[in-house]
Design a binder for this molecule. Structure first.
Ligand code: BEZ
Length: 216
């Protein structure tokens, strides 16, 4: 995946959106943002994805997270498309802005290109309040994303950030489930960080690296 990736600062591009024009860093300031791209308007998979995002918008809002879409067409086309998106997914409201990129000039700068097709992809970056990329997905145009997974991964990022990356979340983790303690944390530090205690898995290697804590 050439171009900006985890830990990189998203370029402070001036973008035209269905709400207003702004610089990306002004939008990202002081909160987390899910920035997600689409190959084009009036296409079937994109219509389902943007509808799902509209339906989940309140979940992101509850977490203080902003949504920002991008599709490779112009603003008028986006505005004409929104009624279709909302009609196809009952309960969906496209309350988030959608960036216009009719000439496909923005997607390379945001590393939202499918390198096999050398064209638009279904990319998604979770951007932190520091304007740096914390997580990226890159899907081809033929595969719609799973918005439950976007939310689950976001919850993991927020949980790890809350605990200053001293914890991590195991496979298929969901909020309210136990977390694991980072290998960089010693048992002594872990005792201070988790006064409620933690469990060390007994493994054949007898290495005490898999430590589980309940932080809910
Ligand atoms: C779609 O959104 O359905 C789509 C867009 C581009 C290529 C293939 C599918």
């Amino acid at each position: 995946m050439p171009g900006i990736t985890l830990g990189d600062t998203v370029p402070n591009l001036e973008v035209e959106t269905t709400h207003k024009n702004f610089k990306l860093h002004d939008y990202f300031a002081d909160s987390w943002t899910v920035l997600f791209s689409h190959p084009g308007d009036f296409t079937p998979v994109c219509t389902t994805e943007l509808g799902a995002m509209g339906k989940y918008a309140h979940e992101f809002e509850q977490r203080g997270v902003k949504l920002l879409g991008l599709s490779c067409d112009d603003i008028q086309s986006h505005k004409d498309w929104i009624p279709d998106i909302e009609a196809f997914t009952p309960g969906s409201k496209v309350t988030y802005p959608i960036i216009a990129d009719p000439n496909k000039e923005i997607i390379p700068q945001l590393n939202m290109i499918d390198p096999i097709e050398n064209g638009p992809s279904r990319a998604l970056h979770v951007v932190g309040p520091d304007c740096k990329i914390k997580l990226s997905f890159l899907y081809p145009s033929t595969t719609g994303r799973n918005m439950d997974e976007v939310l689950r991964a976001l919850d993991s990022l927020l949980m790890a950030a809350k605990h200053k990356n001293k914890i991590a979340t195991p496979v298929n983790w969901k909020p309210d489930e136990p977390v694991v303690i980072s290998p960089a944390v010693s048992d002594e530090e872990a005792k201070k960080l988790f006064p409620q205690g933690f469990k060390t898995a007994k493994l054949p290697s007898k290495k005490g690296y898999l430590r589980v804590a309940d932080v809910s």
